[in-house]
Design a protein around this ligand. Structure first.
Ligand code: FAD
Ligand code: NAD
Length: 447
């Protein structure tokens, strides 16, 4: 049965799926006077993903980049209902959603059904393993806070095990081989952070081991960071070479076992390489619920990579359903900047249209949104941290692209992210983590 919602019968119910970049931006900007707003997400916080790689080694503490969604809801002028649950199914005909919430730590779940008048889907993507055997079981991902926590624990685990006297030298080398699969920005930023941890902290706390640690980054394409300017790719590759990070390009990981992985080399041969920690960062694919939504509108939803939307972010073939961010195929890259701009655009237009709806309850907002100016993404440029206090930047400047790499760019990267963080609280926590790290180093204790 449908649960009781914060219901004003004169207003339409707007359900937002997700608490990521897209949905949270909508929640922040939506005038809750105009709708009964319901938020559904398995995560009761917003996560500032650009600084997630820093959490894997303790440069930044986890909670500094998390913002509880209830803090945001408290500032709205009407009550917002939040369900900490996963949306698993939809009946578009009845305008019903099936939510599943965890009932016990043993994995028991409970299903509830809620109704919507308008639905905004902002569920992001999930890690893509391309069906590579052994990845789910043996690799770590870097997508959610739980992933960063797991990487940090495994890293310390490898180093502590490697410091035992009673193991073979081959086993010690295996434990100290850190592998990153995927040379996109996630893999590069993680490798950079890992290098800093080894250089700044490990060398001090485990002097006998530090020299034996190896970092290898494996990339299937001819170079890393395919979306960046050639100069920045070269700069990153030479910085990694100075930092003794081995990059294997044109090399594809074919299988991940518990202590070794198999690659296909550029000449087509295969090799088996031992590792201690392997982080899989090869991009994203659709969430299962997105496939369920696609099934409802299968005539128009012909692309398995996500929800096809038009320039007003309306899900093609659907009625009263919008989608944004990584789960929407809008012609833009899966970026936080894109999701946030789409969130701003959609909330602004929904606020405008809801006024029309207040005057005329029969007004069709889904159709009327066509009268707005279509969404257009304006790129603010790309920034990535590459380790040893160096960052790269590809910035639009008066219709030209300016590229920069180095220590000055690193300070620009720091100040840009500090100003973009969700709240003053987050910025203060991140700034104090940076100061703490400068004076006391990173914390190497296992949680
Ligand atoms: P997300 O932010 O992923 O949020 C999805 C939300 O939906 C989450 O709250 C999730 O819990 C929820 N959800 C999932 N399934 C369901 C369900 N079934 N029902 C209800 N809710 C659900 N982009 C940049 O532009 N710059 C960067 O520097 C940058 N750095 C990044 C670093 C890392 C390590 C990663 C992983 C990504 C980075 N990105 C960056 C990409 C950026 O994080 C994504 O593009 C962005 O998060 C997409 O926003 P979104 O709202 O679509 O989805
Ligand atoms: P990505 O898709 O950008 O890169 C994944 C890489 O993995 C690709 O280069 C691919 O060739 C490689 N790969 C795939 N399968 C492989 C295999 N079996 N063996 C070896 N290599 C393999 O993924 P990402 O880095 O996770 O980024 C996801 C999205 O988030 C992108 O849009 C990215 O721009 C964005 N992001 C941006 C930033 C930033 O701007 N600083 C940081 C992180 C992520």
């Amino acid at each position: 049965p449908a649960e009781q919602q914060p219901f004003d019968p004169s207003k339409k119910t707007m359900v937002l799926l997700g608490t990521g970049w897209g949905s949270t931006t909508i929640l922040k900007n939506l005038d809750t006077e105009n709708f009964n707003v319901v938020v559904v997400s398995p995560r009761n916080y917003f996560l500032f993903t650009p600084l997630l790689p820093s959490c894997t080694v303790g440069t930044i503490e986890n909670r500094s980049i998390m913002e509880p969604v209830r803090l945001l809801m408290r500032h709205k002028n009407r009550e917002v209902k939040f369900y900490e649950a996963e949306c698993t199914d939809i009946d578009a005909e009845k305008k019903e959603l099936v939510l599943e919430r965890r009932k016990s730590s043993e994995g028991q779940t409970e299903k509830i059904i809620i109704n919507y008048d308008y639905l905004v889907v902002g569920v992001g993507g999930t890690v893509n393993t391309f069906g590579t055997p052994g990845v789910e079981e043996n690799a770590c991902f870097l997508k959610e806070m739980g992933d960063a926590r797991k990487i940090r624990r495994r890293l310390i685990d490898c180093v502590e095990k490697a410091s035992f006297d009673h193991i073979s030298e081959a086993e010690r080398d295996r434990l100290l081989h850190m592998v990153v699969v995927g040379g996109g920005p996630t893999g590069i930023e993680y490798a950079g952070e890992l290098h800093d941890f080894l250089e700044d902290d490990l060398a001090q706390w485990y002097p006998g081991l530090a020299d034996r640690v190896r970092i290898t980054l494996v990339e299937a394409l001819p170079n890393v960071l395919p979306a960046f300017d050639k100069k920045l790719i070269d700069y990153t590759q030479s910085t990694f070479s100075d930092n003794k990070i081995t990059i294997l390009t044109r090399t594809m990981v074919k299988e991940v076992k518990d202590k070794s992985f198999i690659v296909q080399n550029p000449d087509g041969t295969r090799s088996e390489i031992p590792y201690g920690l392997l982080v899989w960062a090869t991009g994203i694919k659709s969430q299962p619920v997105v496939n369920k939504i696609r099934e409802q509108f299968s005539a128009a939803q012909t692309n398995g990579r996500g929800l096809l939307v038009d320039e007003y972010m309306r899900v093609k073939g659907a009625k009263d359903v919008w989608a944004l961010g990584d789960c929407a195929l809008s012609g833009y890259a899966p970026l936080a900047q894109v999701a946030a701009q789409q969130g701003k655009w959609l909330s602004r237009n929904l606020n405008k249209l809801s006024k029309k709806h207040a005057e005329d309850p029969d007004a069709d907002m889904f159709a009327l949104i066509e009268k707005s100016r279509p969404f257009k993404y304006s790129s603010q440029g790309s920034l990535a941290y590459i380790g040893s206090e160096k960052a790269i930047a590809d910035l639009p400047f008066f219709n030209r692209n300016i590229t920069a790499g180095g220590i000055a760019t690193f300070w620009f990267w720091k100040s840009a992210y500090l100003s973009e963080l969700f709240s003053l609280r987050n910025s203060t926590l991140v700034a104090s983590d940076w100061v703490k790290r400068y004076f006391f180093g990173r914390d190497i204790s296992r949680e």
